[in-house]
Design a protein around this ligand. Sequence first.
Ligand SMILES: *Cc1c(COP(=O)(O)O)cnc(C)c1O
Length: 506
Amino acid sequence: MSILYHSTRDNNKKLTASQAVLQGLAEDGGLFVPDSLPVLDKSLEELKDMDYKGVAYEVMKLFLADYTEEELKGCIERAYDEKFDTKEIAPIREAGGAYYLELFHGSTIAFKDMALSILPHLMTTAAKKNDLKEEIVILTATSGDTGKAALAGFADVPGTRICVFYPKNGVSKVQERQMVTQKGANVRVIGIEGNFDNAQTGVKKMFNDEALKAELKEKGFVFSSANSINIGRLVPQVVYYVYAYTRLLKDGKIKSGDKINICVPTGNFGNILAAYYAKQAGLPVNKLICASNSNRVLYDFFKSGSYDKLREMDENGAFSKDRNFILTGSPSMDILISSNLERLIYHIAGDDDKKNKALMEQLNKDGAYEISEDMKARLDDFCGGYASEEDTASKIASLYKECGYIIDPHTAVAGYVYDEYRKNTGDDTPALIASTASPYKFAKTVMCALDDKYASVDDMKLIDSLNEVSGVAIPQAIEDIRSAEVLHDIVCAIDEMPEEVRKFLR
Ligand SMILES: *Cc1c(COP(=O)(O)O)cnc(C)c1O
């Protein structure tokens, strides 16, 4: 029953889970998927008596089949420890008619910590298992949160180096400070003159650049990825949906077998894909609600079956207007090419590698593709929505007014989209909303949503205002950057990215 992995563009070449974790992205540019999606072998009733680590093991063992029990439990122990500021790891807060699953209690206060605190351990364990001789070089493109979480996870991990590229003008002040103050002998942080999609495309290009890879292999380096395309990112994210369900069960909020809805603020489609995998594993889920900000390419896709990064859908369902990349107050969702959607496309095509490959080539060539009617029918698990900047701000303000609970802008996009979904469908199945960042990470946007008067106040000062208003203690991650020294100041053009990597490894 050992699950193997293969590319979404080639069903034939098989890898073990640990090999897929090491490699990150398939050589043909596809993403690794399991041969078949695993199903939980313990009941949710049994899991409800376990703690986070216990549930993590039961879920992850299904996917990471070639890791021994000892190896996997070792990784889990090292990941979910005091780095998290609560024993629950991912606590749930009931507010405004929904359950907010707080995924931001790790060291960089965004949900990326949930997976990136374990990925380095999964990777170094995989390197040992597979007798890897080379040093692992993590190349990462970030829309703001992945970068810091990956840096924190990999800093000073023996046998690894990490190089992070972020859009110089596309992340929040706090996000940038978190990254450029990162310590560690094996880390490098580089701003690029471009947006997140440019950064992500640039990194993907390097992964597929055979000449560059050969050159670095000779020097003793091999690339891997900490982006959410790595199954070592995806699998740990399945855990908290299962865990959350068992907590609702334990607290008597739902009964055994009850369905829940899950609403996820979405960018690269990793977090919501993990929820889909949880559903396939047997979690009773009704709808997966995919929430976008003004970069609503996924909303248009779920509505029409057409993915178009260049044109936007109008009221009549025609793709008539140019789509522009919009910088929003929820920057981690400012994405027009959602990489992980490829995995869903592959699955709804009936695990058809050729069909998927053709669609991805079309996306590459024309910036768009349209799925067949059969495939559309299999999208029934999903429903899309989006929130404008005003909608997002209004949700932050109204939830605060209603129950004194302050959420970050990404979470507010999901909160708003969920309210609309419920209003429009009348579906009041208990709903879990993925709360993906601490409001402290986006203090400016959050405080301005509460009152315009904060617009002229310095970002760092607003942290104290947020503390006064929310009564929530200032997280250590924020205290840390207030005084920290800037250690990284390189900015490069998109086509200079490979040269910067060479310099880093020289
Ligand atoms: C990364 C991120 C998202 C988007 O998650 P995806 O897995 O890329 O869809 C949403 N919110 C925050 C705060 C994030 O950091």
